[in-house]
Design a protein around this ligand. Structure first.
Ligand code: PSV
Ligand code: MN
Length: 387
């Protein structure tokens, strides 16, 4: 009998992970961006590639967009997505790639530049109206590099004023999620460096504003699962940007650098009612600099699925007994037992029972899609970071 009970499988069947359109474009570091044969030249080709991930995993029916990187006719893009069996999801704004934003966007001292950044968010909301997207994700690359450079307090006040204007534009069924990051591109202070600042800013706006937690945006050693627990407890966890890191904001495959951390995070998601909760979007925010992009995304969603299965295997009744009685080692053993369970054979079997390939990576490789896009997508400019 499978180690995955019908209850667990029912949860796994509902799981939905949103893919970032930019994961399919070229990316790299400030040293080099490598091209890869077959890389999409436009958002339509990115969507077609994302649909491959869903085809082999049944886990990824939604694709997040980044504006202006994915500028196109959004009515057509929506139809194209539907024809490929996926839908368009979170719209990410971008106020970090324009010369005007050198000293800030929503926090800038100059009201005209703030207005330009606010108008960009209004344009993103127009995109959401056309794509049927629910969430506007805001990540701000603003802050300062040197002590004394900026009036940090004034910037918080301006941020709130700018966010209020954007919030007021949201439709009844639309939401805003504010992402935090402790450093980069600013190195002394960031205007939204941590979950507390994001929480304070969104709480002052209202119910439709929530926090986005990017797993790569914390200082080494941060107990991210505590933050997950707290935001779920407060009803303010709007979305995840999943990825993994060894050093900084590495944007590597989720679960690759620290599988145990992913397990701990997903346990708190399960514990806090965040799993398959429509209020909490599970997104990836990754780049595939040296590995193939579609198999990289397939590996990523499978990592999330495998770790979710393990988190669901925690014997919570036994854990509660051990915790209540102060049996430290028994509680830890219950937790670790689930982490060490190899769920991969059971998941492969379950996949096959649903008409999917047991090994999605091998099935994708055998399909010839990679060779076909490499042969077909000749000419034009490959999409990349910033385009
Ligand atoms: C910033 O590092 C970030 O995590 C934000 O989510 C951006 O939108 C994304 O990366 C892509 O640059
Ligand atoms: Mn992110």
């Amino acid at each position: 009998m499978s180690i995955l009970t019908p209850d667990i499988l029912a949860e796994l069947e509902k799981q939905s992970i949103e893919l970032p359109s930019w994961a399919f474009g070229n990316s790299g570091t400030r040293f080099k961006v490598y091209g890869t044969p077959g890389t999409p030249r436009d958002p339509f080709e990115k969507i077609a590639d994302a649909a491959q991930v869903h085809k082999y995993t049944a886990l990824a029916p939604v694709v997040a967009l980044h504006i202006p990187w994915d500028m196109s006719d959004f009515g057509d893009l929506r139809t194209h997505a539907e024809e490929h069996g996926v839908s368009l999801g979170t719209v990410n704004s971008n106020t970090f790639q324009d010369d005007d934003y050198k000293f800030g966007a929503l926090t800038h001292e100059d009201a005209a530049i703030r207005q330009k950044a606010i108008d960009h968010h209004f344009a993103c909301i127009d995109v959401m109206d056309a794509t049927g997207s629910r969430d506007l994700k805001i990540w701000l690359g603003e802050g300062s590099n040197y002590p004394g450079q900026a009036d940090m307090r004034g910037r918080q006040d301006r941020l709130q004023e700018s966010l209020q204007q954007i919030y007021a534009r949201l439709g009844d069924d639309q939401r805003m999620v504010l992402e935090y990051k402790f450093f980069e591109p600013a190195f002394y202070h960031m205007d939204v460096p941590d979950w507390g600042t994001s929480y304070a800013q969104v709480s002052a706006l209202g119910d439709k504003a929530l926090v986005c937690l990017d797993t790569g945006h914390h200082a080494p050693g941060t107990n991210i699962e505590f933050i997950v627990m707290q935001l779920l407890r407060l009803g303010k966890l709007g979305s995840f940007d999943f990825n993994s890191r060894f050093y900084a904001d590495d944007d590597l495959i989720v679960g690759a650098a620290d599988p145990f951390q992913l397990f701990r995070i997903l346990f708190e998601v399960v514990r806090g009612g965040g799993l398959n909760n429509p209020d909490v979007a599970f997104m990836l925010d990754q780049c595939h600099n040296v590995e193939d992009k579609i198999p990289g995304q397939i590996r990523s969603v499978l990592n999330v699925q495998e770790m979710t299965a393990r988190a669901l295997l925690v014997d919570r009744a036994a854990l509660a007994v051990a915790q209540k009685s102060g049996d430290v080692l028994a509680a830890n053993a219950v937790f670790m037992d689930a982490f060490y369970k190899d769920v991969r054979p059971a998941l492969a079997e379950w996949r096959e029972s649903r008409g999917l390939a047991g090994d999605p990576t091998a099935a994708y490789a055998a399909s010839g899609y990679q060779e076909k896009i490499a042969a077909d997508r000749v000419g034009g400019t490959q999409a990349g970071w910033g385009a």
